[in-house]
Write a protein that binds this ligand. Structure first.
Ligand code: GLA
Length: 377
């Protein structure tokens, strides 16, 4: 009996969560595809409310973590497919476009991807072989099921130089075209993207445009540049961001995807002298430094004031209006999580910090700025 009651309860809960408003994905049809990143609880169906909002309002999914090399392949060549297979099945079950994130990234990377048993960097030939093996294994398994992949993530720095990652140390700039070539050979029908943050930085954009054009000149497929939309209340400048979105189309012919969209309602982290070379995560482990930063970075421990929420809604709406205005260039917008409680920005770098960066609040209600799209007000 219990066996039947659980699915019935789940179905009733799902039905009760279905909201009466029009679906966001339909509102933006014709402008861009609207997607969201999903986590393990959503993939496995444990987050019934989150899944209900997702399926109603979003047309596409990206996995927050389960396709990153370090997650799916803890040791080079040894794959654990369980969650990744569930992710793809989940998308297909609900008729969502399924995207892949990400094939080559220095972070959350399989520890021995670029190293030998003694911890030394491997040779250029071996790294090329390993990259090809990893890319063709992953893309091959999901060929015809995953519509587009972030092939390389975060390889260029804000000043336009290449990140000194192990991939770069071994292969130099060549690791990027090589990754795209492997991806193109693995699935010629699949869309391929380069994805990075801080795309409002002029030197960084110049370098990304140059790199994308070099890939195109070699006849290798690249479809779009992903602008990771990790926005803040005071950065980036909206006009500059818009200008950079258009520059990609004008100077490469490629589309832009707004990926990883979230706008922190809390103050933005800025470097200061007392951090030196330390990462924020490291710095916050030091009680003295943490005490100095806590009140600056977590100014509303008892709840976000109404006027701050209003300002957040206004700024997110301004960005959305701008994205719609540039929908001839922007092919997809992907919000980085379904509701506020899902966001990676909670608890970082201040452990108790509660951010509100997404389009759906902790009670699974759409944020007010979306009303004008849904109801014209
Ligand atoms: C980067 C990655 C994402 C995610 C975020 C935050 O932007 O591309 O996959 O890990 O960092 O954690």
């Amino acid at each position: 009996m219990k066996k039947f009651l659980i699915p019935l309860a789940a179905a009733l809960l799902l039905a009760s969560c279905v909201q009466p408003e029009p679906a966001l994905k339909d509102v933006f049809t014709g402008s861009f595809v609207l997607g969201a990143a999903i986590n393990e609880a959503q993939i496995s169906g444990e987050d019934i409310k989150g899944d209900s909002v997702l399926v109603r309002h979003f047309a596409a999914i990206e996995p927050e973590n389960c396709l990153k090399s370090g997650e799916i392949m803890p040791v080079f060549g040894q794959y654990d497919w369980i969650l990744a297979d569930k992710y793809v099945e989940f998308g297909e079950k609900y008729g969502l476009d399924v995207y892949g994130h990400c094939l080559i990234w220095h972070s959350q990377c399989t520890p021995d991807f670029c190293y030998d048993q003694d911890g030394n960097l491997i040779s250029p030939e071996l790294l090329k072989e390993r990259m090809k093996q990893h890319i063709s294994t992953l893309m091959g398994r999901y060929k015809g099921h995953i519509k587009g992949w972030d092939v390389v993530n975060e390889a260029i720095m804000e000043d336009g130089s290449y990140r000194n990652s192990p991939f770069y140390q071994i292969l130099g700039e060549e690791f990027i075209p090589w990754a795209f070539q492997c991806a193109y050979e693995a699935d010629p029908e699949c869309e391929l993207y380069y994805n990075d943050y801080a795309m409002h930085e002029p030197a960084k954009l110049d370098a990304v445009i140059k790199m994308a054009n070099q890939i195109k000149e070699r006849g290798i497929r690249i479809d779009a540049i992903g602008f990771q939309g990790h926005l803040g209340m005071d950065y980036p400048d909206l006009e500059l961001y818009e200008k950079h979105i258009r520059r990609v189309k004008d100077e490469t012919g490629l589309d832009v995807c707004i990926t990883e969209l979230d706008m922190s309602i809390l103050p933005t982290l800025t470097r200061s002298a007392d951090l030196g070379e330390m990462s924020f995560t490291e710095a916050m482990k030091n009680p003295e430094i943490r005490a100095r930063w806590e009140s600056v970075l977590n100014p509303y421990p008892d709840g976000i004031p109404a006027e701050v929420r209003k300002a957040w809604n206004k700024r997110m709406e301004d960005f959305l209006v701008m994205f719609v205005r540039n929908s001839d260039v922007i092919s997809r917008i992907n919000v980085w999580g379904i509701c506020d409680s899902d966001s990676w920005k909670n608890g970082w770098p201040i452990p108790e910090r509660q951010d509100e960066p997404l389009w759906v609040d902790r009670d699974y209600r759409l944020k007010p700025f979306l009303n004008s799209y849904l109801y014209g007000r």
